[in-house]
Design a protein around this ligand. Structure first.
Ligand code: FAD
Length: 401
């Protein structure tokens, strides 16, 4: 049988690798090379996997349960083994995040392309439409003309970082054939704030380490909590904690005009323990805070609370300061555009897709894998994990047909 795989990202390459064991495969990529986005991942280091068991993995993936069946066939151990056998050793860092030992994403790309020898690769070729007869896929229309096949796998990615080649063309092609696409939204993106301290760039460039970030709705109900670093930028805030919270901020902003991040700036003390230490501290409070926060943040906070020039604080002033340290609010007006987001939320509705082999429920011999689907993970290697799992499983289970 002859298959066409559209998109030379990790999901398309994984599909082509496993399909080509038993079939003729053509891999079509609009760029001049494969894996352009893959090379950018993890700041060039490529956080390729997250070393968790299936149960844990799906908890970190939106609509993760859709992958239950696929993970039975290809799990993280399978993928670690795949890279080892391709001479790319992986190492594990914090929270299960796995990277190539070399810290080079090009080694991950090299491992994948080393298995594509039997695949015909068409670069600089854009797929513009699907050829469908009697609800069965017959091939694709491309910028180079028509190509016929027994099956087509769409692996065209999401809408983020369009200069990498994934700009949503795949979604439009599928949608033109009545495949439903859910609302697409930015995931892992920075947040925009009009707070005076942001507009005046007072804290720009400053990172607060390991804060606890609470997202509450306007009824003060906790919607999401995470921890990690927060970076003040010229337009708002960024950094891992903010990126993780951003999709929840996006959904909340659909219901209310602005959203407050409630940040606990000190996470290794309780309000009570801090109060005890502060009230007994014999020197100025700014010196005390140096153990916990960067100097710029201390100066800003004491200035804001008009405590800067006081040599000794009263108990009431200490409590006021502690309240601020435990509930520093940042008002958010918007999230960055999807084009600047790391990942796309939403995509091909999972109701359209058979979770066993990723085949379309509407058209025979059409398959859809990777970030194109309405399925995405948190920061930490989950997105590449799901791209590889869906790609390898689709190829393996289609090969069994
Ligand atoms: C800056 C950045 C850093 C990231 N870091 C990480 C990380 O460290 N860990 C992690 O897990 N995830 C990370 N991600 C997310 C991860 O890169 C994606 O989830 C993953 O690449 C999706 O794989 P994919 O194969 O489904 O799609 P893509 O990698 O987007 O590949 C889709 C391919 O299809 C091609 N294409 C699209 N339309 C057509 C068409 N009509 N015809 C022909 N070709 C077409 C595109 O050119 C593209 O090459 C990062 C993303 C970005 C932007």
């Amino acid at each position: 049988m002859k298959y066409i795989v559209v998109g030379g990202g990790p999901s398309g390459m994984a599909t082509a690798i496993s399909l080509s064991k038993n079939h003729e495969v053509i891999l079509i990529e609009r760029n001049e090379s494969l894996g352009k986005k893959l090379l950018m991942t993890g700041n060039g280091r490529c956080n390729i996997l997250n070393n968790k068991n299936n149960q844990e993995l799906i908890k970190h993936i939106h609509h993760g349960k859709f992958l239950y069946s696929a993970l039975d066939e290809v799990n993280v151990s399978y993928l670690i083994n795949f890279f080892e056998q391709s001479n790319v050793l992986l190492k594990e860092e914090d929270n299960g995040r796995m990277f190539p030992v070399s810290n080079k994403s090009k080694d991950i790309l090299g491992a994948l392309t080393s298995h594509l020898n039997g695949v015909k690769i068409h670069l600089n070729t854009q797929v513009t439409d699907l050829i469908i007869e009697d609800n069965t896929i017959k091939g694709v229309m491309t910028s180079q003309g028509e190509m016929l096949a027994d099956g087509v796998v769409m692996a065209t990615g999401g809408l983020s970082y369009p200069m990498s080649g994934s700009d949503g063309v795949g979604h439009s092609i599928l949608n033109n054939h009545k495949i439903s696409i859910t609302d697409c939204y930015p995931v892992e993106t920075s947040l925009i704030s009009h707070e005076a301290f942001i507009q005046d760039k007072i804290l720009q460039g400053l990172t607060l380490n390991n804060i606890i970030l609470n997202l509450k709705n306007n009824k003060n109900k906790l919607i999401y909590q995470t921890n990690g670093n927060l970076l003040f930028t010229h337009y708002g805030v960024s950094g891992p904690a903010v990126l993780k919270a951003s999709e929840h901020v996006y959904h909340l902003l659909k219901k209310q005009p602005k959203v407050s991040l409630h940040c606990q700036l000190i996470n290794n003390e309780t309000r009570e323990s801090l109060f005890e230490k502060m009230k007994n501290y014999p020197h100025r409070v700014d010196k005390f805070l140096m153990d916990y926060l960067p100097k710029r943040m201390i100066v800003y906070l004491l200035d804001e609370l008009k405590l800067k020039d006081l040599p000794v604080l009263s108990h009431k002033e200490i409590k006021k300061l502690i309240e601020h340290l435990f509930n520093f609010k940042i008002e958010i007006m918007d999230v960055m555009d999807i084009k600047k987001a790391t990942v796309t939320g939403g995509g091909v509705s999972l109701k359209e897709v058979n979770p066993y082999n990723f085949e379309s429920k509407r058209y025979r011999n059409l398959y859809m894998v990777g970030e194109l689907l309405d399925c995405h993970g948190e920061i930490g290697g989950y997105n590449l994990t799901l791209s590889l799992v869906s790609g390898f499983v689709c190829g393996r289970r289609v090969s069994l047909l």
